[in-house]
Write a protein of this length. Structure first.
Length: 51
């Protein structure tokens, strides 16, 4: 709810950036990066700063 998702693909890799504006608590809100290879999640992190 409330936010957007940006997805890019490079071969078998998929990069997903989620901007989550609403959640049950503040830990669920923010900007998140997920890296997938062949649809398997390889890394996920919450971004703290954007320059």
């Amino acid at each position: 709810m409330g936010g957007w998702t940006w997805t890019s693909k490079n071969g078998k890799w998929v990069n997903v950036i989620d901007d989550v504006a609403m959640g049950e608590d503040m830990k669920q809100c923010g900007l998140f990066l997920r890296l997938l290879f062949n649809s398997d999640l390889k890394s996920s992190t919450k971004l703290n700063q954007i320059k």
